[in-house]
Design a protein. Structure first.
Length: 349
């Protein structure tokens, strides 16, 4: 030992250099950071459904628009109504900008609309954007008692549901708020099993299906008349179904409170395919991914592929989705309380 003792000045200089080095690492150019990296899109659903289709569509085109052109790979992590994937990206995945979650809007609105217990704060996610606005629909077999939506108030219809999903939320909304005569059959793991049950005539209808997902999975049902679309479970609908004369469920609300509850539940459809990053990801990298996301969704190659797959693309920026989520969480407590009563989730979350 030479007896050297650092002075206050030398310590201060060392701290300056240390902080400068940290700042330089933080300010590392995106092209330099992402070059040679792999970006993982964690998809909260099983392979083959609508959420999976959008997640993989974005994965195939996103890398071309990120500086450094990293590889982008999809990874399915289904479970707990898509909250498993959200929990993973929020808590366990790397926070350096190489993990993105592709989720359902319901996974982000559990505190308001109910769902499985979560270990993340939806308001703290950094929102990349949304690939489309969705519309949920209520469908029925042609031989079901309900031939049109108004019939569900006079004739009992058997509907299948999956716990913690829109297929449970939407029938409960119509039954407990408007008086629809649904016999709800629980226990289906997901929409695929419900669709098989519908084909086997074990159930007569399904409500809360995303119309985009239905077109991806069962376009033939629509073209061949295998099912009847009874209603758009939406506050604004889609032109395609409007032209077919499919009514909005909100048209059957009789009071301002009923309309407010329905608007709250249906608000999740505005950002129908949200993509998020963890709160700790450096904002500079989030900004890069946000820009790349919008560029990818405007890319003619992506739009051509989407059209062939019958996927509607309606891009929302990350800032827009962030504002929409914040607006939902600012809903008056009385409306939230009534919504919880209707959805049978009082005391949850």
């Amino acid at each position: 030992m030479n007896g050297y003792r650092p002075t206050a000045r030398s310590i201060a200089l060392a701290l300056v250099f240390l902080l400068a080095g940290a700042a330089a690492a933080k300010a590392q150019p995106a092209a330099e950071f992402y070059k040679g990296k792999t970006v993982t899109i964690v998809i909260g659903s099983d392979v083959g459904g609508g959420y999976d289709a959008y997640g993989r569509l974005v994965a195939r085109h996103l890398g071309a628009h990120i500086p450094g052109n990293p590889s982008v790979v999809p990874n399915n992590m289904a479970g707990a109504a898509q909250t498993k994937a959200a929990n993973y990206v929020y808590s366990l995945a790397a926070k350096d900008g190489t993990y993105i979650a592709a989720l359902s809007p319901g996974a982000l609105l559990t505190a308001v609309l109910g769902g499985p217990p979560i270990q993340y704060d939806p308001n703290k996610f950094q929102y990349v954007g949304s690939a489309n606005s969705d519309v949920y629909v209520c469908i029925a077999r042609p031989d079901a008692p309900a031939k049109k939506f108004a019939d569900i108030f006079d004739h009992e219809m058997i509907v299948g549901v999956s716990s913690g999903s829109s297929t449970l939320m939407m029938p409960l909304l119509l039954k407990n708020l408007l008086g629809a005569k649904f016999k709800i059959v629980r226990g289906y793991p997901g929409t695929r099993q419900m669709q098989l049950a519908l084909e086997r005539n074990e159930i007569q209808g399904i409500c809360g299906l995303g119309y985009a997902s239905l077109r991806v999975e069962h376009e033939d049902w629509l073209t061949q008349g295998t099912v009847t679309v009874l209603a758009q479970e939406s506050s604004r609908g889609t032109p395609e179904l409007d032209k077919m004369g499919v009514p909005l469920a909100t048209a059957f609300a009789k009071t301002d409170e009923q309309r407010a509850v329905m608007d709250l539940v249906y608000s999740q459809e505005i950002f129908g395919r949200p993509f998020v990053m963890a709160p700790e990801v450096p904002k500079e990298r989030v900004a890069v991914i946000r820009d790349a996301f919008l560029a990818a969704l405007r890319d003619p190659a992506l739009l051509e592929e989407a059209a062939k797959s019958k996927l509607d693309v309606e891009a929302l920026s990350g800032a827009e989705v962030q504002q929409l989520v914040a607006k939902v969480y600012a809903t008056p407590p009385a409306i939230v309380k009534r919504t919880h009563e209707v959805l049978e989730i009082a005391g949850q979350n």
